[in-house]
Write a protein that binds this ligand. Structure first.
Ligand code: DSN
Length: 431
């Protein structure tokens, strides 16, 4: 696997104006650059954007108000902004093969809320995977506005397999007749069967929403099946496997285009963040290149190799492995709570997040699991040949967490930093 090309790296000492104006803030940015360079970042919803995406998101497009849509704005002076947004929309439609794209949602949660606004009334029944099973807050979970303003009914994965039980999903959908059915989530290590969800949505008269925030880059790169033939609406963030700026998109069939656009603006949001739209356009351009297909497939190959290496070291993985970018470790048998492990790994230079596992007897803020993934390390050029070392560090780190061996964690931190030096990250200073 190739390493980050020189043109994708930025030179050191690169924030002269910021440093002159606000040295305190500049120092924090520099420290974050150092942290992202030196650590092994395994949070599956994070990535490294390219220097081109970073540059686009830091432009004077920031200065412009553009409420409305290209050609139909409430502010003048849109000669360039309209073209930026049209470019992003055209690229999104071409990359995913959809009739319609809205690139204005500020992030994933507002994007999902816009879907509710487009298709449901407060109090309506909506259906999604329960958060502790791997779903998302905005799929009707109780503490979210979507669970407070709508009547959320939730499906699960099977306790014995960790996989969606489609008979149970069908039974629930036919009983509850939800307006919306969400598929997708935040901690799902397996392929989403969009066809099966579409069949259930059709039978129950629901609008099917595929939330592909985690896997959008895999879908774009052909490493996960596309929901486009099956879902009425597709919701995605742009900053996870898709490797763009923090933002979101809604993709839809033509029949839903007007409802989606009206829901995003004026229904939910004001002016779009034009600098983000520009950076989304750049990311979509990058994702259309052949090298991105290789990236997407390498993310999955790395995750599978990492899962195998962890299984070989006695770790329990939800669903027994992975089909995508994500591995959900259940540390119950290791007798180390997820939070204790995650914090120890952080001290060892391995950045993960603690996470509930399906049917977790522990609380969400102190759960049994740790969620890891390979989008970031693959962006740095690590390959399957490195996954045994990564699994070893995790194994040693979790054991050190159990025994409180801080020296062992420090030793791992040194080894991690040494390997990371050989794999510079896109968008970060080189020295
Ligand atoms: N917070 C995101 C994640 O980490 O998966 C989902 O919204």
């Amino acid at each position: 696997m190739t390493q980050t090309p020189a043109h994708q790296q930025t030179s050191a000492h690169q924030h002269p104006a910021l440093t002159a104006t606000d040295p305190e803030l500049a120092a924090l940015v520099t420290a974050e650059e150092r942290l992202q360079a030196d650590t092994l970042r395994l949070i599956p919803s994070e990535n490294y954007v390219s220097t081109a995406v970073l540059e686009a998101s830091g432009t004077v497009l920031q200065n412009k108000y553009s409420e409305g849509y290209p050609g139909r704005r409430y502010y003048e002076g849109q000669q360039n902004i309209d073209q930026v947004e049209r470019l992003a929309v055209a690229r999104a439609k071409a990359l995913f093969g959809t009739d319609h794209a809205n690139v204005q949602p500020y992030s994933g949660s507002p994007a999902n809320l816009a879907v509710y606004l487009a298709f449901a009334e407060p109090g309506d029944t909506v259906m999604g995977m329960a958060l502790p099973m791997g779903g998302h807050l905005t799929h009707g979970w109780g503490v979210s506005a979507t669970g407070k303003w709508f009547r959320g009914v939730q499906y699960a994965v099977r306790q014995d397999t960790g996989l969606v039980d489609f008979d149970a999903v069908r039974e629930l959908a036919l009983k509850e007749r939800p307006k919306l059915i969400f598929c997708g989530g935040t901690a799902l290590p397996r392929t989403i069967d969009f066809a099966a969800f579409a069949e259930i949505a059709r039978e129950s008269g629901a609008v099917l929403v595929a939330d592909i925030a985690h896997i959008a880059g895999l879908v774009a790169g052909g490493a996960h099946p596309s929901p486009v033939p099956y879902a009425d609406v597709i919701s995605t963030t742009t900053h996870k496997t898709l490797r763009g700026p923090r933002g979101a998109m809604l993709l839809a069939r033509e029949e839903h285009a007007k409802a989606i656009d009206k829901a995003v603006f004026p229904g939910l949001q004001g002016g779009p963040h034009n600098q983000t739209t520009a950076a989304i356009a750049v990311a979509l351009h990058e994702a259309a290149q052949p090298s991105f297909r290789s990236y997407a497939h390498a993310v999955v190959a790395n995750a599978k190799a990492l899962a195998e290496a962890l299984l070989a070291r006695g770790f329990d993985l939800v669903s027994g492995g992975t089909d995508n970018h994500l591995v959900l470790m259940d540390l119950t048998s290791k007798d180390v709570p997820g939070k204790v492990a995650a914090k120890a790994l952080d001290r060892a230079g391995i950045v993960v997040n603690y996470n509930t596992v399906p049917y977790d007897p522990r609380k969400p803020f102190d759960p049994s699991g740790v969620r890891i993934g390979t989008p970031s390390l693959t962006s740095r050029g690590l390959g399957t040949e490195h996954m045994a070392a990564v699994a070893d560090w995790i194994d040693r780190g979790v054991r050190a967490a159990g025994t409180g061996d801080e020296d062992a964690l420090l030793k791992i931190r040194g080894e991690v930093a040494e390997l990371m030096t050989a794999f510079p990250a896109p968008g970060l200073p080189t020295a």
